[in-house]
Design a protein around this ligand. Structure first.
Ligand code: COI
Length: 334
C-alpha cells in the first residue's frame, strides 16, 4: 500500500516520520507542493492521497488522480469548502477530513484576539515602539463587562464559550443545531438578529456554505451594537470585506480580529517586504488599522494540532484503502 501526501511542511515531518515508523508495511511519499494538475502526477502508484491547502482543489487536479486510479482523498484539516462536491462525485472519490484536531488551538486564538482588542494591545505596542510608556488614552475594557455572541456551537464554538465563561463574560449563542449543554445553560437566542442586537463582541465559528457566504454584510452590521468587535477565525468569505471596512470607517464597528479573510490566498503564506506591499488593497487597508488585528490563518497552528492532523488524516486514508468506512467520511451528497 502506498499513500502520497501533498503540501507537507517541515513542521509536519516529525509527526509524519512517526506515523511512517509505526506503519512499516505502508510506503509513504510526500511533496511540499500543494495538489494541482501538475503535482497530481507525483501520486502515481499510490492508493490514496493526503492533502492540505487553502487554495481550491481543481477539477483538473482531481481528474489526474482519477486517471492514476486513486479513489481516496484525506484532508488534514476540517474545512472542505475548497472542493466542489460535484467533482468528487463525478470522479468517484471518497473524502475524509479531520473534524476535531484541536478545537482549543482555534478557540484560544479567538479569545486572545478579543483580549488584544479589549486591552488595545496594538496601540500600546505602537506607543512603546515610539518610546511612549504612558497609559492614556489607551484605556481598556474587561471581559466581564462584555456580552459575546458566539455564532456556531460546534467543537470550536463550545471551547470558546468555556474559555470566555472563565473570564466572566456573558455569552449568547446562535446555531441551527442546539447542543444540549449550551441549551441547558440557556445561552441560545432564536435569531442571528437577536445575537447581533445583544453582543459587544461577535465571533464566528461556522463552516462556509453557499447560504452563509457574506453573512456579515451591510445589513447584518446595521443590526449590531455601535462599536461592536467582530472576530473571524472560521472562513474569510463569511464576511463581506467592503461592509466591514465601511463599518470600521464609520465607527459602527469598533474593531476586528481576523485570522481569515476573503481572498486571503493572494496574501497569506508569503513574505512581503512591508505591509504597504501587500497586493490586496482591502487586506492592506484592514491590516494597517490599529483596531484591526490580522493573523495569517494561523489560529490552528499548534504542535498538538499538527500532530493530530497528520495522524488522523493518514489513519483515515489507510482505513479507506483497506475498505473500512471511518466516521469522518465527508457526506458529499448534501
Ligand atoms: C481547517 O482546519 O479547516 C483550517 O481552517 C486550518 C487550515 C490549515 C486550512
Amino acid at each position: 500500500m502506498k499513500i502520497f501526501a501533498y503540501g507537507i511542511r517541515e513542521d509536519e515531518q516529525p509527526s509524519l516520520k512517526k506515523w511512517e515508523a509505526a506503519h512499516p508495511d505502508i510506503e509513504v511519499g510526500f511533496t511540499e507542493y500543494t495538489l494541482t494538475a501538475d503535482s497530481a502526477r507525483l501520486a502515481e502508484g499510490s492508493n490514496g492521497v493526503v492533502t492540505l491547502q487553502t487554495s481550491p482543489y481543481t477539477r483538473e487536479a482531481l481528474e489526474v488522480l482519477h486517471q492514476l486510479g486513486i479513489k481516496y482523498i484525506s484532508i488534514r484539516n476540517v474545512g472542505f469548502d475548497n472542493f466542489k462536491f460535484q467533482d468528487l462525485n463525478d470522479l468517484g472519490f471518497t473524502l475524509t477530513n479531520v473534524p476535531v484536531y484541536s478545537p482549543n488551538a482555534i478557540a484560544e486564538h479567538t479569545v486572545i484576539l478579543m483580549g488584544r482588542l479589549l486591552r488595545r494591545v496594538p496601540e500600546f505596542d505602537q506607543k512603546m515602539d515610539n518610546g511612549d510608556f504612558t497609559w492614556a488614552p489607551t484605556i481598556g475594557k474587561e471581559y466581564r463587562e462584555q456580552t459575546v455572541g458566539v455564532v456556531g456551537t460546534g467543537h470550536i464554538g463550545r471551547v470558546v464559550i468555556k474559555i470566555l465563561q472563565g473570564f466572566g463574560a456573558k455569552v449568547v449563542a446562535y446555531d441551527v443545531f442546539h447542543n444540549p449543554d449550551i441549551k441547558k445553560q440557556g445561552l441560545y437566542v432564536d435569531t442571528l438578529e437577536e445575537l447581533y442586537k445583544q453582543s459587544d463582541i461577535i465571533t464566528l465559528h461556522v463552516p462556509l456554505f453557499d447560504s452563509n457566504k457574506y453573512m456579515i454584510n451591510d445589513e447584518a452590521i446595521s443590526q449590531m451594537k455601535d462599536g461592536v468587535y467582530i472576530i473571524n477565525c472560521a472562513r474569510g468569505e463569511l464576511i463581506d470585506t467592503d461592509a466591514l471596512i465601511k463599518g470600521l470607517d464609520s465607527g459602527k464597528v469598533g474593531g476586528a480580529g481576523l485570522d481569515v479573510l476573503d481572498d486571503e490566498n493572494s496574501v497569506f503564506g508569503k513574505v512581503w517586504s512591508s505591509i504597504d506591499n501587500i497586493p490586496n488593497e482591502k487586506i492592506r487597508n484592514l491590516a494597517k488599522r490599529l483596531n484591526v488585528i490580522v493573523t495569517p490563518h494561523s489560529a490552528f497552528y499548534t504542535e498538538t494540532a499538527i500532530h493530530n492532523m497528520i495522524t488522523t488524516a493518514f489513519d483515515s486514508n489507510k482505513a479507506l484503502i483497506e475498505g473500512e468506512k471511518p466516521d469522518n467520511i465527508v457526506d458529499t451528497n448534501k
